[in-house]
Design a protein around this ligand. Sequence first.
Ligand code: ZN
Ligand code: ZN
Length: 329
Amino acid sequence: MYRWKSSWTDTVQQKRDHRIIRSRHFHKMQRRHFVIFDVLPLAGTLIALGLLFHRPIGALEFGLFFGFWLITGLGLTVGYHRLFTHRAFATSPTVSAILVVMGSMAGRGSMLSWAAMHRRHHELSDHDGDLHSPRLHGNGPAGRLRGFLHAHLIWMIAHDYPNVAHYVPDLMADRRLVAVSSHYYGWVMLGLVLPAAIGGFVEGWWGALSGFLWGGVVRMFVVEQTFSAINSVMHTFGAQRFVTRDDNSRNLGVMAWLAWGEGWHNNHHAFPYSAAFGLRWFEFDPGFIFIRALQAVGLAWDVNVPSAEKIARRMLRQSGDAAPDLEAG
Ligand SMILES: [Zn+2]
Ligand SMILES: [Zn+2]
């Protein structure tokens, strides 16, 4: 997805702003990706629900759904987001490659594209150029609704493409990572074939079909909706514990449970370098629990977490009291 064919107009656009690429070729690819990975999973989910009238689902389907929901969700939040986009911890090349595969299976785009888009999101949060802000379509109820739909789904149909050479040169320099990420479509297929194969092994042809549907297609639809909600819901509803550079990021506990810890989105915008999104003991953060587990067995190190003092200073600073400016997040 990061290879591009430039037309003359594209080249002009790149000269204007080297951070983005406006390309009809990319728009065509984005539309195709939207149909395959957003529209078709919805259709497949409706078929899976319809089949429930024919044959109810059991432990196999629940197990495959939750198993692949967890694998792909952790691939996105721990791999794509905390490790590759924000470099919030360090790990081995093998674990990095496995996290690329886990995240790719979700069907949310290749790791390099995702990381570039997300770094742009942090650069411009809720300002012109943020690809999926719900706040740029007017302040009335109609504008807010348009913005919400844009952030949740519509932006994906055709959007500016962040120049990976500008946004993720560190990731592009890792040839092994680039090679694994370039097989994105193969990994997505693996995420569909594996649950079908497991289902088929356990329950024959019916198991293969229902494994494909519940571990593959329905899971892909649910993960896609959840990650879309981080763009739409998490910049609209919830509490703002931290004042963050004029953006509207929010914390919403229920989304932390549903989205592997991503619901502490305001915390994350305040401390983007932190591997932990939940910053208080009661802020449940499965992604960070996974990172701590990797750390406990020696597979993660240099795990960044803001100290209690740093968080307290930030709170003091935004409340207007005099406090030294210790952190730049
Ligand atoms: Zn955000
Ligand atoms: Zn982020």
